[in-house]
Design a protein around this ligand. Sequence first.
Ligand code: FEO
Length: 401
Amino acid sequence: MHTTQQLSQGLFWVGGNDRRIALFENMFPLSNGVSYNSYLLADERIAVLDTVDSSILRTFLENIDAARNGRPVDYLVIHHMEPDHCAGIVELSRRFPHITLVGNAKTFQFIRQFYPGIELPTLLEVKDGDTLSLGRRTLTFITAPMVHWPEVMFSYEESEGILFSADAFGSFGALSGNMFADQVDFDEVYLNESRRYYSNIVGKYGQQVRLALEKVKDKEVSLLCPLHGPVWRKDIGHFIDLYKTWSAYEPEQNGVLLAYGSMYGNTEKAAEIVAARLSDRGITGLRMYDVSKTHVSYLIADIFRFSHLVFAAPTYNNGLYPAMETLLHDIAALHVQNRKVALIGNGSWAPASAKVMEERLSAMRDMTLIASPVVLKSSVNDEAQKALLALADQIADSLLK
Ligand code: FEO
């Protein structure tokens, strides 16, 4: 039995959902799974565009069988060689010995690395701008290196304006049966998970994402088909604009994220004092997280979202509390930049955490300290309370000006 869905004339979704998966890339928690999108374009010749993860291979093969209607698959276009999309390559090649695999030089290098020793069918190596006619429809290949991996490419089908965008414009979260973003309340169901997906998976490559967006900016796109999450047919510009913001490391909105590490509640108290004052000053939409409790990927998503960041952490082993160190490491690795930052350190005999956080931030681009760090000695005393309230006022002033 199959779960194929027709998206337009001759275009079928033949992917599947995995709601059992706990950790994407064995790292990122998923509360509602993920979809692995694969598409089948039936014309005079049939092309499958990407395969799926091994967890849903059987579903994928059943869906292919339903959509191909007894005809063989002529081409497998490989936009991305990460294993969540390429687990079906070997099986499709076995089932359709006359299939042609379409990719670029890096694609074929990676196939041989991931599947050493396999006998490959015919390979069609393409470069940026090359085309492949399927009959009435023609695919144009657009290389998009490092829009997650170096071999990534998009395909554009001009007659209908379909952009197959690989990992770009993807989202965590399985599909509910509704394939299109306009069939669900996207902002409620997927937006946070799209941001978390982008920021953590592709966020490091903002410059490369911008180059890829530039390449497709003059193309009419009526159907946007990513490898994860819903397909777009309405308000595509809205999502593309979000990608422009995220890839430029611009904050999506004015607002404050507070992230603290705290062993016994004293550093937490300092963050709470700042947050309460910010609220008194009329700042809404505050987000506060315990870095030991909330997975770093959620913090990263909100760090991409908000303009102002407050980090509070104790000293540990003469350095920085490890969970905060992890967060700052990720922020640096993902090239986050252009934020206003406030710091709160704590230490009982040799406070070092504020200094270490300041050093980490000074190595990043355009991370501006709003004020000198507030350093607690073990807990919040009267003097520290005043300093924290003053810090909150400076953050509020910076937001409200
Ligand atoms: Fe969904 Fe980079 O793979």
